[in-house]
Design a protein around this ligand. Sequence first.
Ligand code: NDP
Length: 358
Amino acid sequence: MEELNSYRIIRSLARSGFEIFHEKGKMLLIFSKYFSVVHVWLIPNRYNIGIVNRTQSSGRKMTTVIDGKAFAVGLRKKIGDSVSSLINEHNIKPALAVVLVGEDPASQVYVRNKGKQTLEAGMDSIEHKLPVDTSEEDLLSLVDQLNNDPKINGILVQLPLPKQIDESRVINTISVEKDVDGFHIENVGKLSIGEESLVPCTPAGCIMLLKDHLGSLSGKNAVVVGRSNIVGKPVSMLLLKESCTVTITHSRTQDLPSVCREADILIAAVGVPEMIKGEWVKPGAVVIDVGINRVSTDEGKTKLVGDVDFKAAMEVAGAATPVPGGVGPMTIACLLRNTVIAACRQHNVEIPEAIKSF
Ligand code: NDP
């Protein structure tokens, strides 16, 4: 709750013409057009405000760290409020069913977090855990059962699936209206022709963060590194919908650094740790790092890094998302949003204004 209140204050400062730099949730530097810099320390129940120098030692304006974690907290609050009004006004309690096949540790963590956050938003969460040797036929029959259950509004089958199961067959068996991952071929097609659809969660999260930071994206040069069906392609479609000029790049792209240097908006979804270097970034660009890579440290431990060399990018970019704490937290928040949207459409009820658009 404390975090939420702080976030609200920060948002309202931002709306009053302040520009915000957020460092690891502990200290905030707030730039004003009129005074140099006001800085705020986040101390529970108290805010200290003081004036500091506006520029880094180089004289360059500081880069904004886009705080996806704080944005996701705000979005989940709006989703929770929307769920309350759906329950109170229409007696609809959205429900999300998540299916996990096997015991992949990363997938187990994702599924646990999805269930926890679904419940926290006031929705019903149903988990189906199946053994690793589940047959495709058995999984398809469970999906069919969930498709026909009127109490279930959203279905998510956690990927990757064991090799005996054809992923695309499973995804395309999920009812289009309940496909909250937005991976069904019909939702993919609708997205590509600009029709109303359930939009993939991570790409939706990227666009929300970009619009929150930049306002209109119209006319910007956007470069997407990666062309996967779950991130690269759908995020490119969404950028196009926002009237960006979009370049999609991949492992065969020639002179990728030069292509990236043209980007006002640079989105990295590659899966190669810190591949995008500082000198690939156009000065002032907004960099969105989707990558989540676990790497070993010199101390024999492991840590998460993105696809962008964050420290180097921070020297050049206008704004950038960190890893962790950038795009990652947006994915589950957008999944919850999709579940509420799916429930509204299934019951022919207006989608709550607070979560309707990006
Ligand atoms: P994929 O492996 O499906 O796709 C990777 C893409 O990157 C491919 O299009 C590939 O090109 C391209 N690529 C690989 N190497 C290079 C290179 N050297 N130069 C240029 N392009 C290259 O990955 P995903 O899209 O599924 O995921 C990308 C990253 O995002 C991963 O780190 C993943 O963990 C993370 N992720 C994070 C999520 C979140 O919630 N934040 C959600 C989903 C993914 P080609 O097609 O030619 O092979």
